[in-house]
Design a protein around this ligand. Structure first.
Ligand SMILES: Cc1cc2nc3c(=O)[nH]c(=O)nc-3n(C[C@H](O)[C@H](O)[C@H](O)COP(=O)(O)OP(=O)(O)OC[C@H]3O[C@@H](n4cnc5c(N)ncnc54)[C@H](O)[C@@H]3O)c2cc1C
Length: 581
């Protein structure tokens, strides 16, 4: 088994030559820190992590998958090999890597921990999610919003892996529509009590849970929500019930729990009424985390496929010498390197935002977050699908790991906001800014980052063609919107209605796909300026971005294909059924 850090050339190049450590080190270590010294220590940490993850965690991955979640005597727990992984990570200090030093962690920037997350996801997606959601996510939320007592109580024990938590937002009737949640928090005699039900809660069988609940009685939507911490056990009484863990085919080692709250005692986490703000910050961070999970899984599938295609001989040559397989391998390699380039950029922006920065950096992170999640998920699925195909019949056999990678990849477009929700987010922001500043579509827009990008040669021309096709498509949609809704829509005159927005909403995922590919090409192009060996990767990504942009432009201009007519039928049907009741 290899060292997942030292024996991954693209990861090493990224660390050694592409991350702007001179900008990141001062953020976490202070202005006077020695950049070279600090980076060399972090490199050492990643080498140790790469060795442990590439040997121990990777070795146990199949067992973690096969054993799944343990259900004994009505109790839900993680399997012994997954426990072993968590113990090993804790002993090496890898669980608390991102926790602040004063609370038992190492205080490393996100840009460094992103490498560990990727390696963990490559080795075992269940271990990665257990590490992320049971330890890192609750710790980040408590550190950000908790009081001193909460920080002291939870953070050091989480860093040591002695206790685990979870974050509970989703409910049976409130998935993508978080504002529909009905779990309540009521105050009696100075204490808060939670009542309701949470669904699909990763690591929900742990020692405590952070719950999003409606604390303002009668409030609706995203108003009146607050965050609370509830301990599983209070004075030896079960404070909330872990009703069950779902049986599922993906990330099988990770317990996905249904939780029942009945008069559950809880402490507010942060200000009452600020729950939506707190959970949004958590979701934005974890969306980048899921993008990294996709990257790790795609990396695993890529390495497996490269290795197999070099060894498997059909029609007198290794299958990688057959053009269709060779093309698949090149596409997979470009996707993985491109996703990594986008993630490194987003991680650095996140570090800057975490240490307080200007609005334009926060805006760039906001622009990239749904794209990292969308591209990281959808392209991880696509990459695993290709790996499975390259393995032929052996791809579906459980003896090989690619079927596990395929199954694990399939969760990424679903949790932490589905691909459709990411697309709506990306396109809503884009559309708002286009309506406010329609001239950006004349100056090469649609965002400052894309407008500024400039590259030479054929690859540069492909990139420019991809971007101008996107601009042309957006111009068509915006003109259609203005024609329908009048000029009052432009320059922030008024917000468009749902009906006016329909063409944007129908095509949100197409626009997001193009945007993501253009940004991936841009990120690789920027890298190629600094490391010329990356020019072929940029050239392939730019060509792909152009082709994706052209395909999507054609599909968008081909009209709605009867979708809106069908929706109108369904709406009529629903209204008439309702009126008959
Ligand atoms: C394994 C697993 C682990 C999870 N872990 C956690 C956790 O730790 N904590 C937590 O709180 N939640 C967790 N979740 C919940 C997860 O975030 C939700 O499943 C997800 O947000 C989608 O919600 P839903 O399943 O209710 O689907 P729905 O919201 O019902 O969506 C169904 C389909 O409709 C689409 N859709 C919905 N609205 C729109 C729209 N406006 N436009 C276009 N399409 C739309 C969706 O994209 C999707 O394709 C987990 C889920 C799973 C499966």
């Amino acid at each position: 088994m290899p060292n997942y850090f030292l024996e991954n050339p693209d990861l090493l190049t990224t660390f050694d030559r592409l991350v702007r450590w001179d900008e990141i080190v001062p953020l976490s270590e202070g202005k006077d820190a020695d950049v070279a010294d600090t980076v060399s220590t972090w490199r050492e940490v990643l080498s140790v992590a790469g060795e442990y993850i590439g040997t121990e965690v990777a070795k146990r991955a199949r067992q973690v998958d096969e054993l799944g979640v343990i259900r004994e005597n009505g109790k839900v727990s993680i399997s012994a090999p997954l426990q072993e992984n968590i113990k090993g990570l804790a002993e090496l200090g890898l669980i608390g890597l991102s926790f602040p030093k004063e609370h038992g962690g190492s205080g490393l920037p996100f840009t460094v921990t992103a490498f560990v997350i990727e390696m963990l996801a490559r080795a075992c997606a269940s271990t990665m999610i257990q590490n992320g959601i049971a330890y890192t996510a609750p710790a980040a939320m408590i550190f950000r919003d908790g009081n001193d007592e909460q920080k002291e109580r939870y953070l050091p024990a989480l860093a040591r892996g002695e206790i685990s938590g979870a974050v509970a937002m989703t409910e049976p009737e409130a998935g993508s529509d978080v504002g529909n949640l009905s779990t309540t928090a009521t105050q009696r005699d100075g204490c808060w009590f939670i009542d309701g039900r949470k669904q699909f809660i990763s690591a929900g069988n742990g020692d405590f849970v952070i719950v999003l609940a409606r604390s303002a009685q009668g409030s609706k939507g995203l108003e009146g929500l607050s965050l609370f911490v509830a301990d599983r056990w209070v004075e030896e009484r079960e404070n909330y019930k872990v009703e069950r863990a779902e049986h599922k085919f993906t990330i099988r080692g990770s317990p996905t729990c249904s939780l029942v709250f009945e008069g559950t005692r809880a402490m507010p986490l942060g200000e009452i009424g600020q729950g939506w703000r707190g959970i949004t910050r958590f979701m934005n961070e974890s969306r980048i985390g899921v993008g990294i999970q996709g990257l790790g899984i795609a990396q695993a599938a890529l390495v497996a496929a490269q290795d197999y295609a070099a060894r498997r001989v059909q029609m007198d040559k290794p299958i990688r010498e057959h053009p269709m397989i060779a093309e698949m391998l090149l596409e997979m390699e470009t996707t993985v390197a491109g996703l990594r380039a986008l993630i490194v950029e987003a991680a650095a922006l996140q570090d800057a935002v975490m240490h307080g920065t200007d609005d334009s950096t926060a805006w760039r992170l906001r622009e990239l977050t749904p794209l990292v999640k969308w591209y990281g998920s959808e392209e991880a699925v696509h990459t695993c699908r290709r790996a499975l195909q390259i393995f032929g019949g052996y791809g579906v056999v459980t003896e090989y790991d690619v079927e596990r990678h395929m199954r694990d990849a399939l969760i990424t477009p679903i949790y932490e906001g589905t691909s459709q929700i990411q697309s709506l987010m990306a396109v809503r922001d884009l559309m708002r800014s286009l309506l406010r500043k329609p001239q950006s579509l004349l100056s090469g827009g649609p965002s400052a980052t894309l407008a500024r990008a400039k590259f030479d040669g054929d690859a540069g021309r492909d990139f420019a063609a991809a971007r101008s096709t996107l601009v042309w498509t957006l111009r068509g949609l915006t003109t259609g919107l203005a024609r329908k809704g009048g000029v009052s829509l432009l320059r922030g005159g008024r917000q468009p209605s749902d009906e006016e927005l329909q063409p944007f909403m129908l095509n949100a995922e197409r626009i997001t796909e193009t945007l993501a590919h253009v940004h991936v090409a841009r990120a690789l192009g920027e890298q190629a300026k600094r490391v010329p060996e990356r020019a072929p990767l940029f050239a392939r990504a730019a060509r792909r971005a152009k082709l994706v942009a052209q395909r999507n432009a054609k599909e968008i201009s081909a009209g709605d294909g009867g979708v809106f007519e069908r929706i109108a039928d369904w709406e009529r049907d629903r209204t008439s059924r309702k009126s008959r009741q």
